[in-house]
Design a protein around this ligand. Structure first.
Ligand code: MN
Ligand code: MN
Length: 476
């Protein structure tokens, strides 16, 4: 009998800290050995000339949620996770929304029913809180944290946003239960104020969308979230940071020793607000909140990734159809800027975009790529070391990357169940050519080849990461 089920030979194995030439021996879905010259296997895969990376973890994806702006997401757990896998991602954390007047657990069970037997890669759920009542705070959340739901999301904007008192209450619960709170930081009242002003003036075209929620609206929300985290003395994670002024607040908090984690997304690294001015109604394709900013911001974000200010890069995948009356055009072909479902797809291209622009073009090293797209999300959301690294005992979730392979991103290339990609035409260098989940080859030759519905629910532990270290504040 062979010692290993599978050996991956001759590759360059990369973790968040190390880059080493070695073989990987896999048995029963787990990594059993890292060593030179492993051979005793039922199957051997040659990874000569390739990078062997932990599978990506996309910690911010929306699949099969209730209608938003009257529009349903087009990706199910089946199609969304297939697309994720084809892009080199082996774990997702999706959202389960609290529905008012229902026990949280019964809301969550709806999502289990959607994911179980459909998802093809492993998954967990963050809980979106819309009503942190006493019962939720004191009874439901403590029980749910024990059961592996260790992260909660608060919105400062949209219908169903939490006011500051509700956010503080949530932060106190999170502190007591050692859960992680993610915050969408934009000021709802500023957005409503500006939206009404443009509407009253008769300006309803899509180029008003970024003007309704300019950087100061996000900067204020970010600073307020950081201040509330300081007041309660609990870590938070600011999701989808779009640019410099919000970064200034995060840097300020981190430099004061506050436990502020930050996430950004490819849309802020690759898109700018030009798209809203130049593309007329097609701008609906790119409409997301917060909106991408001016052309100086992507460079600033890359510097923030390179210097460790950002711990996480996620997709914030929202697969709304574009050219469809049940998608972005649900309110007509020429919709009001407030009536287009905000959100864009990106679950599949996330890793290749960041690898190509980041690693291939020398903006970040490959260890930072692994850290921000896999290891750090695993640590922050309680999946480490089972997920997010290549180590003895970890799940054999592995993507073999060809660093020289070129692709042009196109809707035809991708497997997302949506009629466009906002990254159409972007040329990529570096692509995941083989993907393994728990030791099973699930992607080869650009397609999903694994079994249907093989993904497993992940009961997550509490966060286990050191807070980001800013520059110490001078004491004078
Ligand atoms: Mn959001
Ligand atoms: Mn989101």
């Amino acid at each position: 009998m062979s010692k290993f089920d599978l050996v991956i030979q001759n590759g360059t194995v990369v973790t968040a800290t190390d880059t080493i030439k070695c073989d990987i021996g896999i048995k029963d879905g787990k990594i059993l050995a890292l060593a030179e010259c492993l051979t005793d296997a039922k199957e051997i895969v040659d990874a000569g000339g390739m990078y062997v990376l932990p599978g990506g973890i996309d910690a911010h994806v929306h699949l099969d949620e209730p209608p938003f702006y009257g529009v349903l997401l087009n990706d199910s757990f089946e199609t969304g996770t297939r697309a994720a896998a084809c892009g080199g991602t082996t774990t997702i954390i999706s959202f389960a929304q609290q529905q008012k007047d229902r026990p949280l657990r019964s809301s969550i069970n709806d999502y289990h029913a959607k994911a179980s037997g459909n998802a093809v890669i492993d998954y967990g759920f963050h809980i979106i809180l819309t009503d942190p009542s006493d019962r939720v705070a004191n009874q439901e959340i403590p029980a749910l944290v024990e059961d592996g739901y260790t992260s909660y999301k608060c919105f400062m904007t949209y219908d169903g946003y939490l006011d500051d008192g509700q956010i503080l209450k949530t932060l106190e619960v999170a502190k007591r239960e050692r859960a992680m709170v993610m915050i969408h930081a934009e000021n709802e009242h500023c957005i409503r104020h500006m939206a009404k002003k443009f509407e009253d003036e008769g300006h309803t075209s899509l180029d008003n969308f970024p003007k309704m929620a300019p950087m100061c609206v996000e900067r204020e929300g970010t600073h307020r979230a950081i201040s509330m985290s300081e007041l309660v003395d609990v870590p938070i994670l600011i999701v989808h940071v779009s640019g410099r002024e919000a970064m200034d607040q995060i840097r300020w908090g981190q430099d004061r020793g506050l436990k502020i984690y930050a996430e950004t997304c490819p849309q802020y690294l690759f898109l700018t607000d030009d798209i809203y001015r130049k593309r007329g109604w097609e701008a609906a394709k790119y409409l997301c909140a917060p909106p991408p900013r001016d052309s100086e911001n992507p460079d600033a974000l890359w510097r923030g990734i390179a210097t460790g200010m950002f711990q996480v890069i996620s997709s914030d995948h929202n697969a709304f159809q574009f050219d469809s009356p049940s998608g972005k055009k649900a309110n007509g072909p020429h919709p009001h800027f407030r009536k287009v479902a905000p959100g864009i797809p990106g679950i599949e291209a996330r890793l290749a975009l960041v690898f190509s622009e980041g690693v291939s073009r020398g903006r970040i090293d490959i260890n930072t790529f692994v850290a921000t797209t896999s290891t750090n999300p695993a640590k922050i959301y309680g999946l480490y070391p089972r997920k997010g690294t290549i180590a003895v005992g970890a799940d054999a979730d592995i993507a073999i990357w060809d660093p020289e392979m070129k692709q042009t991103i196109s809707h035809e290339l991708l497997h997302e169940e949506v009629d466009y990609t906002p990254y159409e035409g972007i040329e990529i260098k570096g692509w995941p050519v083989k993907v393994f989940s728990r030791g099973n080859l699930i992607v080869a030759h650009g397609d999903y080849i694994g079994e249907a519905g093989r993904g497993e629910f992940l009961r997550r532990e509490r966060s286990n990461i050191e807070p980001p270290q800013g520059k110490p504040v001078r004491d004078n």
